[in-house]
Design a protein around this ligand. Structure first.
Ligand code: C5P
Length: 418
């Protein structure tokens, strides 16, 4: 089960607080907050939450689900919020004043409090059968969830799996807290108190504003014949997480991606490539326009210079004469007036020593070393654990979702940029 009284799985309370404080000290801007209220007894705390959000200077619009309305009335919410509550997706009057797409664009952040088990499941699977779930799909703003449910429902594998998926997509969880529940049982499932929700509602500061970040991601594929190719194990998740976080932190992002099953993060420009040669060409073309280059791609180490044009018939032995692919990162690092260059090193032993050697050999500024001998992290996993190696230090980032690892890496990169 995910260790989750706190928004980020795998972070201790101390580490989490450190993050919150870091963000809080840098952000105090009032936001447009779209508050979604779903069906849970904790909905009775929503008026107090609205009052505190407004007191903190935020503008609040409220969306109430049908089940939420069983626990708190639109009239009560309207009284504290100062304007009519949104309830229906297909309401011609509401759509005529502010339609659901406008509402989604208006929001700087979405907060669902309380978020019921059912609503979390709907979000995980992308349902859009009412106004709130539709807004969650249409909005590109950060999404915070404050779950509230019976402790058994929270610890059920289905809910835990849904939470894990949402965390890996960048959704931020506030709570739930532990304690006595409305049903009389005790455990994790209580909605975090409104005052704590307000203090945890902080967005990453735009710490990469004005930066232009070039990221390679995914594997490359080198043809052997029309049906076979050479490749490396890579889902592309780490590179895509870096692109997502960099873009959310205000950077202009260009992603050069090998074949993956992932969708391009919002607001990122993507150049799709297949081979190492194509990736090299794209990097060469883009490098001068960028201030940071992050080489997260698992570039195939070898290629067949002349792939067969017809499918090679099966034989007891096949000899291929392979050549080395261009070292895209190494070449980028040799360029004059080059951007800040970051590489990755997938290692199975002597992690830091090998990363330090790579840093020197390639003349890179940082190497992100990950231990690929651990099966529960890295490669296709949503989690990773890395060591950020520079010429002077090696910083260990313990196992966390790739989104969180991406934030740590980019915060470190930002400290080197003027
Ligand atoms: O060269 P090696 O595979 O040991 O180093 C890994 C780093 O170099 C990664 O950042 C990877 O993206 C990059 N690389 C590259 N071109 C290659 C092979 C690796 O840019 N042909």
């Amino acid at each position: 089960m995910i260790d989750l009284p706190f928004p980020w799985a795998h972070l201790s309370y101390k580490e989490y607080n450190h993050w919150v404080l870091r963000y809080q000290s840098m952000t105090n801007t009032p936001m447009h907050i779209l508050l979604g209220i779903t069906g849970s007894i904790a909905a009775y705390k929503a008026p107090e939450l609205i009052r505190l959000l407004r007191q903190a200077g935020h503008e609040v619009k409220v969306v109430l689900t049908r089940a939420g309305k069983e626990f708190v009335t639109p009239l009560t919410l309207q009284a504290v919020c100062g304007e009519a509550v949104f309830e229906h997706l297909l309401d011609p009057t509401a759509e005529a004043s502010m339609n659901h797409i406008h509402l989604a664009r208006w929001a700087d952040c979405l907060l669902i409090a309380p978020a019921s088990a059912h609503f979390i499941a709907k979000l995980t699977h992308g349902f859009a059968d009412d106004l709130l779930s539709t807004l969650c799909l249409a909005a590109q703003a950060p999404l915070f969830l404050a779950p509230a449910m019976n402790q058994a429902m929270w610890s059920h594998p289905a809910t835990q799996e849904n939470v894990r998926i949402l965390v890996s997509r960048g959704v931020r969880f506030i709570g739930p807290d532990e304690g006595i529940q409305a049903c009389g049982e005790s455990g994790y499932g209580r909605m975090t108190e409104p005052a704590n929700i307000v203090s945890h509602l902080v967005l990453p500061p735009p710490f990469l504003r004005n930066q232009r970040i070039l990221i390679t991601a995914g594997p490359t594929q080198e043809a052997i014949d029309p049906v076979r190719y050479l490749s490396n194990r890579s889902s592309g998740k780490m590179g895509y997480a870096l692109a997502q976080v960099a873009s959310a932190a205000g950077a202009h992002v260009t992603l050069i991606s090998g074949p993956t099953a992932l969708s391009v993060p919002a607001a990122c420009r993507c150049i799709h490539v297949k081979t190492a040669a194509q990736m090299q060409q794209a990097v060469e073309h883009e490098l001068a326009q960028h201030t940071v280059f992050i080489s997260a791609a698992a570039v195939s180490d070898y290629y067949l210079p002349q792939p067969e044009t017809q499918k090679i018939k099966k034989q007891s032995q096949l000899n291929l004469s392979l050549e080395k692919t261009p070292d895209i990162l190494g070449l980028a690092c040799q360029r004059k007036n080059r951007p800040f260059c970051v590489g990755f090193a997938a290692e199975t032993q002597d992690l830091v020593a090998n990363a330090q050697k790579k840093l020197k050999d390639k003349q890179a500024d940082l190497i992100i070393a990950n231990d690929v001998s651990q099966t529960h992290i890295g490669f296709e996993s949503d989690d990773n654990a890395v060591t950020i190696v520079s010429s002077t230090e090696a910083i260990v980032i313990p196992s966390a979702p790739k989104i969180k690892i991406a934030e740590e890496i980019l915060h470190r990169v930002a400290t080197y940029l003027t």
